[in-house]
Design a protein around this ligand. Sequence first.
Ligand code: SF4
Length: 359
Amino acid sequence: MELQHQKIRQNMAQLLLEWYKIHARVLPFRTHSTPYRVWISEIMLQQTRVSAALEHYARFMQELPTIQHLAECPEEKLLKLWEGLGYYSRARNLQKSAKIIMEEHGGELPADYQQLLALPGIGEYTAGAIGSISFGLPVAAVDGNVLRVFARLYNDDRNILQPQTKKDFSKRVLDCMPKNTPGDYNQALMDLGAMVCVPNGNPQCLICPLQSVCLAFSAGTTTDLPTKTPPKPRTIQKITVLMVQNAQGQYLLEKRSNNGLLAGLWQPVLVEQDISAELSMEFLKNRGVSVEFLKAGKGAKHIFSHIEWHMKSWCFVAKENSVVEYPLAWVTKSQLQQEYSLPGAFKVYKQQMLKEKKL
Ligand code: SF4
């Protein structure tokens, strides 16, 4: 076994880098690469498809081209720029870090792994990516893609969700790393995991540059790896969404509390249980808004990492010009488009508010 491992250590980086020279993905933060652009792109790409991240990335960089712009951006604008990407704590952590960078690092991301790691929202993977790509530091950037590649490369069936496995695999990633091109090596691994050694039992071994050194390929176990503990089943939560429009065509929105799921974001008024239209009217009245029932509205489902929302909706018209107080607000269509950020969970309802003249 040791001989096989030695063969991987000696050959894989060269094979990988030759492949990367030809097949590297063309991404905007690579063609014009700065530490700031690498940082923003790496945070956006976590838990988000590349295509969705790219759309947001261009707008984000246009509005906030420097760390100073990010540090000084009003929170509502920042959340609006993040709208649709989910996991909004990432945006808030970006701003917290930007403020620290302005105050403690002279406005530049530090070229030091430990100092990067100390910034809010920057974990080992992101510190490794920024450190290696932007500053040439010989540090690993190990995410789920890289763990999958290494599980197969070493034909190692240990559970990749266990911290010890991650630690051991990270050591292997470092052992194979050419110390003069750590950034290219880490990016090549990311690209190989995204395009060739792909998940769900479907690796493209026939076009893989690492086939000649891959132990899972020789053993015929590529589709069995990596080993992961199956995720716990998600809790299902019933939600009733209350769509309310007033005589001026404005919609009633509410800002969520600053803690917990979707903290501090805007949403239609909702009740976190399945309730009737009558009870919904009672509920709204207690919040100071008298309404008339209009119709049953659309249903929707949204999946978070540990919970699934099964939503139904009721549509109402406000009886009189009721003045509401924060955290409630009457919002026009253009405000909804330009100022208020509604999380992706309410996509169906946002579309309804934007498209339909009346509910
Ligand atoms: Fe992954 Fe197949 Fe390449 Fe091995 S040969 S690294 S399993 S794509």
